[in-house]
Design a protein around this ligand. Structure first.
Ligand code: B12
Length: 316
């Protein structure tokens, strides 16, 4: 039994006990079929039916309307405070209870930390990768996420089998090679990939740039671009990767780019378009369009990163 199954079974048991004790109400959905008596939990699209027909009656404190609730008892200007709170995800207007934070603020902090942990430890949904037509390869990480977090050096190298698979399945020498890496947030890839990949594909076509076969890299760090460059010899590598998640803000993705990446190249040879997400960050559609423009610049200049900046500044 996997950890997830074990956890689900545990939740089911607790829910059944709470229900038997009359502490929670059954879900009011009379039309839903009752599961057979010996299957207390049946898988659904997102998670499981817990306890058959039960739900907890608590609001989700991470929902936007819940976040918008301030904790200041008698604000000098309630409207002013609301206006300030509406323009930033920063924790302002949380109030306090004597010298301590309010329970609500503490709970939100804990819930946001959980969102961050989930994004970091979870794998990107394989159904999304399939839907986007991406096959998967791995870096030299063999010991799961824990090793990934402890050994960034191994996440910067493709495994031998990954190199072989890329040679077999990808068109070498493309003008633009797009690849997708989990990086530090599965949520970032899930939130943005479906919006941005089609923009890159169709944009490259309109710009007359040959588009290498895109693929997904598990346990991926930015430095893996060098191995991709050496294996497939494209002009520009674009790596879409999950950024280190902020507290409760996990859907932010970056595009790291480099011209003819190769062994020895560092971040000075790369460019990054960061904070890509809908609703507050760089809109993924705009980011895709900007990345294509940058790729064209790189190809024209035969350079990226600091070298490209120096050319643009005329060597100043
Ligand atoms: C962590 C981080 C760092 C760490 C990287 C160390 C590490 N091993 O992770 C440190 C503190 C060293 C750092 C330094 C810098 N960073 Co920084 N960094 C970040 C942060 C918070 C997360 C990056 C991330 O999640 N990467 C994804 C993971 C999977 O990648 P990784 O392989 O584990 O780590 C690599 C990248 O993080 C990369 N990287 C980190 N920063 C930068 C900046 C640039 C321009 C490039 C090309 C690469 C790069 O370096 C790591 C090693 O290869 C982002 C914020 C964000 N919203 O993304 C800013 C961010 C990417 N950094 C930024 C900047 C400006 C820098 C510096 C140039 C600051 C300076 N003036 O010195 C330096 C450049 C360092 C370099 N590598 O050459 C900007 C880039 C803005 C832009 N569009 O150009 C960001 C977006 C922050 C911001 N909002 O201003 N950074």
């Amino acid at each position: 039994m996997s950890d997830a199954d074990h956890f689900d079974e545990l939740i089911d048991r607790v829910m059944r006990e709470l229900s038997a004790a009359g502490l929670i109400r059954p879900l009011e959905t009379p039309n839903r079929p009752t599961p057979p008596a010996n299957t207390a939990s049946a898988p659904t699209a997102r998670g499981r039916q817990t306890g058959g027909e039960l739900r907890l009656d608590l609001p989700d404190i991470t929902a936007a309307e819940q976040r918008a609730q301030g904790g200041v008892d008698r604000p000098v200007s309630a409207e002013g405070l609301q206006a300030l709170m509406s323009v930033t995800p920063a924790r302002i207007g949380a109030g306090h209870s004597g010298p301590r934070p309010r329970t609500r603020a503490l709970n939100l902090f804990a819930a946001d930390a959980a969102i961050t942990q989930d994004a970091l430890w979870r794998d990107v949904d394989p159904a999304l990768l399939e839907q986007m037509g991406l096959f998967s390869v791995q870096t030299r990480i063999t010991g799961g996420k824990e090793e990934y977090l402890l050994r960034p050096d191994l996440g910067r190298q493709l495994s031998d089998s990954a190199r072989e698979i890329l040679r077999q399945r990808c068109q070498p020498g493309a003008a633009l090679q797009v690849c997708v890496g989990d990086g530090l947030s599965a949520a970032a890839i899930e939130a943005n990939l479906g919006k941005i990949l089609p923009v890159l594909q169709s944009g490259a076509q309109s710009a007359g740039l040959s588009f290498g076969t895109p693929f997904f890299i598990q346990y991926c760090r930015v430095g893996v671009m060098n191995d991709i460059g050496e294996t497939l010899k494209p002009e520009v590598v674009m790596l879409l990767i999950g950024e280190r998640p902020g507290l409760g803000r996990a859907e932010s993705m970056s595009i790291y780019m480099g011209y003819r990446p190769q062994s020895g190249h560092s971040d000075a040879d790369r460019d990054v378009i960061c904070n890509i997400y809908d609703g507050g960050g760089t809109n993924p559609l705009e980011a895709g369009a900007y990345a294509l423009q940058l790729a064209q610049k790189m190809i024209k200049a035969g350079a990226s990163g600091v070298k490209l900046r120096l050319q643009e500044d005329g060597g100043r």
